[in-house]
Write a protein that binds this ligand. Sequence first.
Ligand code: HEC
Ligand code: HEC
Ligand code: HEC
Ligand code: HEC
Length: 388
Amino acid sequence: MTSRHPVQVTGAMLALALLAGCKDMPDVIKPGTKQVAQHGYAGVGMQTTYDPDDVAKTAAYNQAPKPLPPAPPGPPGQYKNVQVLTDISAAEFGRTMTSMSSWVAGGAGNCAYCHNTANFAHDSLNGQPIYTKLVARMMLRMTRRINADYTQHVAGTGVTCYTCHRGQPLPNGLWFYSTENQVLRHYLDRDDLRVQSHTIEPNDGNRTAIRQTYNTYALMITQSKALGVNCTYCHNSRNWASWEQSTPKRVLAYYAAAMLRDLNMNYLNPLQPVYPAGRLGEYGDAPKAQCITCHNGIYKPLYGAKMVKDYPALWGAPGWDSIAGPLDVTGKPLYDGKPFTAPVPTPMGAKMSAASTTATAVGVDMAMGTTPAPAMPAASPVPARTMP
Ligand code: HEC
Ligand code: HEC
Ligand code: HEC
Ligand code: HEC
């Protein structure tokens, strides 16, 4: 809850306010104007409760910047040390560099954040590696991986550097190892989140230790906060474990955890030797991502603005010159070809119709592991690292 007229609340004022029949109560002690967005059958509590003041504040932070004017098609440029962006035109290359500067380094002209401006091909300056350029190259690989291989989760919305970076070098929700029981390790090298026993007698499948339960709930709270939703956005709270009674969003969230394991294990954690000591955690590990790093408090990053369709350098799909955006698993373009429009902020995703409030049988099977999910690449082996 927030205050439009910040007032120091003292016991006496509180008493006075109460005596005055609550009429002029300062905002700080009002319960706040809560509203409810229903997204399931009436009467079963399938709804998200939100504060319009908070929505207004979050909306301002989650506006996608307008894309730069498109670059004409053409052959790739002649470069000395380009390893990822080998398949885009010279004009598109320059446009991508300019956009990257404003998405990550605070301004379109800030090439020096990543470059030795005396020689843009160098990865070092005065004999020292430029870690920002090396990290950025890995980020290009990671962003292409997300947009090309995780359409199951990111769909046609996709991600650009801005989705996570918001004009800053350091995105939100960075985390490092802390303890062996750290809940966020679900997004790295631990799974088995299911805690609710499905048998009466204890057995191997009965993971109901208090610690495990605590971890599950803690992680669930971080997911809800990351998306700005209630638990019932994904679950039917009368049975947390049941996939059949969950909404389709829960299946998407399940894929997100798999995607995050891949991003953290194969892209972010392996950058450890590249970072300066000041960027590493207390156990010397590299910074990692979680749901809020992309979502920033919203059910869909940037309210689903399809920013990436205007940045072919970030699709990583062959034949980008002739195709209107990334492709889905069947090879069809994901885009409708409509020009960029900033989506209208709403507290929730599109209202789910009653018929779509439960996960589809196929989705459930995929989440349970009985039907293989299409286009979900397996994570490569875990890189060596020091663990608490
Ligand atoms: C966030 C980091 C970052 C920023 C900011 C950035 N670049 Fe780059 N730049 C890179 C990376 C990474 C590569 C290598 C790409 C690859 O390997 O595919 C690169 C490569 C280049 C190259 C190719 C050099 C060669 O011959 O190998 C040029 C030219 C270039 N950038 C120009 C610019 C200009 C001009 C700006 C400012 C408008 C800029 N860059 C801003 C990260 C950045
Ligand atoms: C999924 C989220 C995500 C996306 C998308 C993403 N990044 Fe990052 N980026 C991170 C995380 C997490 C870090 C670690 C932050 C740190 O350095 O402490 C990071 C760090 C960086 C850094 C080092 C910052 C520093 O000063 O330590 C650079 C440079 C960078 N990213 C560039 C890019 C570029 C360029 C793109 C787009 C091609 C991009 N990132 C896309 C999550 C992301
Ligand atoms: C964005 C979707 C999402 C939200 C929001 C969410 N959950 Fe979950 N929840 C999941 C997914 C996905 C799993 C299964 C994870 C797995 O199996 O790896 C899960 C699993 C669980 C489980 C374990 C069920 C079992 O099989 O034992 C419990 C309990 C749970 N959630 C409670 C909550 C609570 C309480 C909240 C609100 C604080 C919440 N969830 C919010 C997606 C969500
Ligand atoms: C790499 C960035 C990224 C990360 C990390 C990420 N998401 Fe997403 N997520 C997206 C994008 C982009 C969309 C929009 C897809 C679309 O347009 O349908 C999305 C959509 C969703 C949706 C569907 C929302 C709706 O209303 O349809 C859910 C649920 C969701 N994410 C949950 C999660 C959870 C839970 C996590 C962490 C375990 C997570 N996401 C991590 C990028 C990300």
